[in-house]
Ligand binder design. Structure first.
Ligand code: C2E
Ligand code: CA
Ligand code: CA
Ligand code: CA
Length: 278
């Protein structure tokens, strides 16, 4: 009885209780936010060698009624733990598809691509392929302009299933990029089997590029690999012109980072579209 009493005391540790309550509150807020349109998408430009805009990465933000605009670090983890990440990712996908359709319908009818981050939970959901194809049909978005960013670890969870689903989507024109390429500690054998279109060099390599020749070697090897496999390469986290030049010198043809623009809301991105038009 004494032992049970002590355990009970430990369980009712007020700090722990507070942490649990805060977590539950955040989960409720995410649920509420999902049903009240508080999650919005921002757009970060992606440009080619000539500096022309080719598309954007879609990054989710939470317009929290009390706490203001929140970055993903504040809610992606909690949404995953609460089993809400599939719903969140689908909300993002829907907004991206609606935007693609809106641009196609109005002058200058831009053909910009949108890259959307996909979590493992959504890719492996039983009806994901069907839901995404339905969404494309409902919105009228051109599947060729939609790119899905996947991480290596996500794909290795169940490679056969991932390949199957990717192939079904690819048959409709959807493209795939490996996000944070080179950080996954995984074998490269999977590159042969996956129907990929792009490798995205992680910003950790870009950050050290100017000082560190080994990062230059990794970038050069990644670009050679991509060329050999007939894949595009894009670098993320490009902040300086020195980085951009070294990337270009080592074979990279597409860039994303603060040098070209931070993630911004739609109105600002459309301004940028006018400024960066080829
Ligand atoms: P990520 O996919 O690697 O996205 C790139 C992150 O780097 C973004 O942070 C972006 O704002 C930031 N970034 C871009 N350019 C630069 C630069 O030049 N310098 C620096 N220092 N940072 C740069 P953000 O928006 O906070 O997103 C963080 C992560 O959250 C993303 O990493 C992605 O893994 C996740 N995420 C974002 N949106 C979604 C989503 O809709 N669904 C899911 N499942 N995850 C998302
Ligand atoms: Ca990404
Ligand atoms: Ca990334
Ligand atoms: Ca990254």
């Amino acid at each position: 009885a004494k032992q049970a009493g002590r355990d009970a005391l430990r369980f009712f540790d007020p700090r722990m209780q507070q942490a649990v309550q805060e977590r539950l509150k955040l989960e409720d807020e995410i649920r509420h936010g999902l049903s009240h349109g508080e999650f919005v998408i921002h757009f970060q430009p992606q440009v080619g060698r000539d500096g022309a805009l080719v598309g954007a990465e879609v990054l989710v933000r939470w317009e929290h009624p009390q706490r203001g605009l929140l970055a993903p670090i504040h809610f992606i983890g909690p949404a995953e733990r609460a089993g809400l990440i599939q719903a969140l990712d689908f909300v993002v996908l829907r907004q991206a598809c609606e935007q693609l359709a809106a641009w196609a319908a109005q002058p200058p009818r831009s053909r910009l691509t949108l890259a959307v981050n996909l979590s493992a939970h959504l890719l492996y959901q039983a009806d994901f392929v069907e839901r995404l194809l339905d969404l494309l049909e409902q919105t009228g978005a051109d599947p060729h302009l939609l790119k899905l960013e996947l991480t290596e670890s996500l794909l290795l969870d169940d490679m056969d299933e991932a390949i199957l689903r990717m192939k079904m989507l690819k048959a409709h024109g959807i493209r795939f990029s490996i996000d944070d390429f080179g950080t996954g500690y995984s074998s490269m054998a999977y590159l042969q089997h996956l129907p990929l279109d792009q490798l995205k060099i992680d910003q950790s390599f870009v950050r050290q590029l100017v000082e560190d020749t080994s990062s230059q070697t990794i970038v050069r090897a990644t670009c050679a690999l991509a060329t050999g496999l007939n894949l595009e390469v894009i670098a993320e986290g490009v902040e300086t012109d020195a980085q951009r030049q070294l990337l270009e010198l080592n074979g990279c043809g597409l860039f994303q980072g603060y040098l070209f623009g931070r993630p911004v809301p739609l109105a600002q991105f459309e301004q940028l579209q006018l400024a960066l038009r080829a």
